[in-house]
Write a protein that binds this ligand. Structure first.
Ligand code: ATR
Length: 282
């Protein structure tokens, strides 16, 4: 274990509950491997204690925090300035506490998605064709914002509750459209499950992947189980698949750089550590 002294760089994650978050596992493994004098701590305020905690961190006592459920919208609201991707997503998973007392909000979830696509579906380019997002909650918003900024020519939102899909489309931009499930996958370049369907097992989203072109890439944000039924159906049809664990790992990379001033060290098998933490095998 690297020495943690009074000079340690401190960052952390705020969530409720935060007990099962994988972020401490990832960041602390990287800290250890890099030999940094640094800490990444879990913080779990009460439901109405988030704002007071964040306000108390102004001034840079803690370099920054990741923010997870249910505080991502509150995190954006607490910041003085925000990146375009956080503003478009309407949520932040990263707050940085500047020395001048200000708070900057960012959202790296979409970056994590794009990086996971680059790793597990090499050659994928969001500009090549329409993206289809299943779901219209916070996770779907983050994905839509990232794909919009990455130049996807069209982003189709399919959601059980049509009003939510329409609101998301309106908020993000002209190329984002709320559509019905029927026909949504025609000429799709990317299909993303951003619903909670499939979490903990079960069949996943009810959409016929056979209606997608065989060139489409399918990403499932659900990572427990790692090999979801949805990804299984995609693979059986010959579609390329990207798993939610890779996305989760990749969203942590820009946060680590922002907190500790250097990229995570190479050579740490964080995927194996994360799999072990969620009780799966590689
Ligand atoms: P998150 O912030 O993780 O996206 P959320 O805001 O609760 O969480 O969104 C969950 C998504 O999964 C929503 O798109 C939700 O559809 P609705 O907007 O219609 O609620 C979708 N979802 C959850 N359970 C579902 C189900 N049984 N069938 C279809 N969609 C479901």
């Amino acid at each position: 274990m690297s020495a943690i002294t009074g000079a340690a760089m401190v960052a952390g994650i705020i969530g409720r509950p935060v007990t099962h978050s994988l972020s401490p596992v990832l960041h602390n493994a990287w800290i250890e491997a890099a030999g940094l004098n640094a800490v990444y701590a879990p913080l779990a305020p009460t439901a109405d204690g988030f704002r007071a905690l964040v306000e108390g961190l102004r001034g840079g006592v803690i370099r920054g925090v990741n923010v997870t459920i249910p505080f991502k919208e509150a995190a954006l609201a607490a910041a003085d300035a925000a990146s375009d991707r956080a503003r478009l997503a309407g949520a932040a998973n990263l707050l940085l506490f500047r020395g001048d007392g200000s708070i900057f909000a960012d959202n790296t979830d979409g970056l994590g998605m794009l990086a996971a696509l680059a790793v597990q579906a090499s050659g994928f380019d969001p500009k090549f064709g329409p993206a289809v997002i299943l779901g219209a909650g916070g996770a779907a918003r983050g994905a839509a914002a990232a794909l919009f900024l990455a130049g996807a020519p069209e982003i189709r939102i399919v959601n059980r509750t049509a009003d939510r899909a329409e609101a998301l489309a309106r908020d993000i931009g002209r190329t984002v459209k709320a559509v019905a499930a029927d026909g949504a996958l025609a000429d799709a370049n990317l299909i993303v499950n951003a619903t909670s369907l499939g979490l903990g097992g079960g069949p996943g989203p009810d959409i016929d992947l056979a209606t997608a072109p065989t060139s489409a890439v399918v990403l499932d944000m659900v990572y427990k189980p790692l090999r979801t039924a949805f990804l299984g159906r995609a693979a059986a049809l010959g579609l390329r698949t990207v798993d939610g664990l890779e996305m989760l790992i990749r969203q942590a990379v820009p946060s680590f750089e922002a907190f500790y001033g250097q990229p995570p060290p190479a050579g740490v098998d964080v995927r194996a550590l994360a799999l072990a933490a969620v009780g799966e095998t590689a």
